[in-house]
Design a protein around this ligand. Sequence first.
Ligand code: ATP
Length: 371
Amino acid sequence: MTDDTTRGDVRLSGIGKTYGSFTAVHPLDLTIPEGSFFALLGASGCGKTTTLRMIAGLEDPTTGTVHLGEQDVTGLPPYKRPVNTVFQSYALFPHLDIYENVAFGLRRRGVKSVKKQVGEMLDLVQLGDKAKHKPHQLSGGQQQRVAVARALINHPRVLLLDEPLGALDLKLRRQMQLELKRIQTEVGITFVHVTHDQEEAMTMADQVAVMNAGRVEQLGAPADLYENPQTTFVANFLGSSNLIEAEIAASSGGTLALKAGDGKLSLPAARCSAPTGTGDKVLVGIRPEKISLAHADDAREITEGRNRLTGRVAATSFIGVSTQYVIDSPVCEGLEVYVQNVERDGRLAPGAEVVLHWNPDHTFGLDAAQD
Ligand code: ATP
């Protein structure tokens, strides 16, 4: 390998996979920067595992190429690629202790003195005191950490993780998300992580590719995807979104004025991924936690310049950190609103006439004709 090929960025160019007449992955281009924590996120069957397996060399692409740094690895078998994979099933050797499980990759390469490296790896995953245990004596999360240590021992340029936390219960999953992120930061290599759990991807990844039906629907940093989704799929897959049908009434100074029944709505043009001509239809998106709720009698106190809709409380439920309201509005039924620290004085009980209002900068606009 040349110096260039030791770089850990992954470049997929026109990579695609068909099985007979079924297209699992449509040709896609993706660059995963060296040293980043990258997530492939999507529902079951969207093609994320197939994409990962093509990077690993476990699946031959039908079209396109895979580069690691400058090296074209498309035709190389998995063991000749500077990558390693961690699977959901930890695939540890049950008869070997933790130390020998981690040492396995080194011994297979004929490395004689493994003690220092195995010790460092066990320390990295904080299992130094479990070296003599057998896998069945560890918890699921600990076993998965052994699998990570074993995969890292040969210093791959890229670590591929295929739903590695899928078998863990929710609490352990949350702990392991932070743990994996810490390990990635410490070793500094590229991690490519496949998951269907949006919270997991958002917690860990620097960049997320949201996949849908064999295509990358949107690529970006978690906050970017959440605050500025470009499609209804992304808006609904990452958290929940209220989507209100509206029409563009006017456009001036980078702001779109929208008509939606009696609602007064505006939207920064830069946050609209739909056509922005007068009369064009647009889906106005607003996250439930960005909305404030006022009793209709108090509507006069709402500051000018805020987006507002009238409605009636259909249901409320207390969900701990906040109260969830479902509001039926003349322009949209079943709007969701989460309010923190609401005064529980009964004025916003089901049946109450209310005004929903929010900062227009939190609004995003989607193409109503898209799906
Ligand atoms: P999951 O989270 O359920 O694993 P995924 O997003 O990872 O889903 P893939 O495993 O990449 O999805 O599969 C994408 C599509 O390709 C699915 O519809 C799957 O049924 C199909 N597929 C995968 N492998 C094969 C195969 N060997 N032969 C035929 N179809 C396949």
